[in-house]
Design a protein around this ligand. Structure first.
Ligand SMILES: [Zn+2]
Length: 255
């Protein structure tokens, strides 16, 4: 079939970018360079040879342990690689070989990095969200599928919704529900996806976040006072919208 080889190549591209994303997820919140030094084991600091640095495969062959010191490698590494490959693949299947696909796969990688940094460190890195927002706005002048007005409205409405809910939430619950990091993240996604999609993304994010919160509390993994980072749910909502937004809208209108 026509798709055959491209599908494999796009998936492999995702795995490779996912492998680099792991480096970013580890180093950005620690303010380390994402280029130097070369990959090394976080425990014993020994360099990881190219043959032990193959996405997914090396993790399986090494049974999730460092070749040198045998300490456990986080399962997060293969998960990020596989997730990136999978999302690249679905974007390609929906949007084909297009500028839109290219921009969406770059956006997806930025969002995966942000989501995992937020999961690990409860912080959303401005070094990605702020330049990301500006890039999204600038790109809207050059791409056919989103206008500058739509992109700018996406920034204002995306950031605005989180800002209002955050302020109202801290007034009602006397604790910070959503921080400035979430505001900038929503603004960045709004710049790429426009006002309609960012509203759907955030709605899905709230819904999935609340659902996960209830499950985590009921299963006693988290208590009512624990903080569950919201960024990953905004990202999850955005992925669903980016991939199936038109389907969601026509389903809703059909009601
Ligand atoms: Zn080691």
């Amino acid at each position: 079939m026509y798709y055959g080889i491209n599908v494999v190549l796009i998936f492999i591209l995702g795995l490779i970018v996912g492998s680099f994303s792991n480096v970013c997820i580890y180093r950005i919140p620690r303010n380390e360079s994402i280029i130097f030094p070369a990959s090394h084991c976080p425990k014993c600091r020994s360099n990881i040879s190219p043959k032990d640095n193959i996405p997914l495969l090396s993790y399986i062959l090494l049974k999730g342990r460092c070749r040198n010191c045998k300490s456990k490698i986080s399962i997060q590494y293969p998960i990020v690689e596989f997730l990136t490959g999978l999302i690249y693949l679905i974007i390609y299947l929906i949007y084909g070989l297009s500028v839109q696909s290219l921009i969406y796969i770059i956006l997806s990688s930025a969002l995966i990095i942000i989501a995992f940094i937020d999961l690990n460190k409860q912080v959303i890195p401005e070094v990605i969200s702020l330049p990301g927002m500006v890039i999204g706005l600038i790109l809207s002048f050059f791409v056919p599928y989103i206008s500058f007005i739509n992109s700018a409205l996406g920034v204002v409405i995306g950031g605005g919704i989180i800002l209002i809910i955050g302020v109202a939430g801290s007034a009602i619950f006397k604790k910070e529900a959503m921080g400035g990091g979430d505001v900038k993240l929503a603004a960045m996604i709004g710049a790429f996806l426009g006002w309609r999609y960012i509203i759907i993304s955030l709605f899905l994010g709230f819904f999935l976040g609340a659902l996960a919160g209830i499950i985590l509390i009921l299963s006693k993994i988290k208590s009512r006072d624990d903080v569950v980072p919201f960024g990953p749910f905004i990202v999850l909502g955005s992925f669903i919208t980016l991939l199936w937004g038109e389907k969601i809208i026509s389903w809703y209108i059909g009601f």
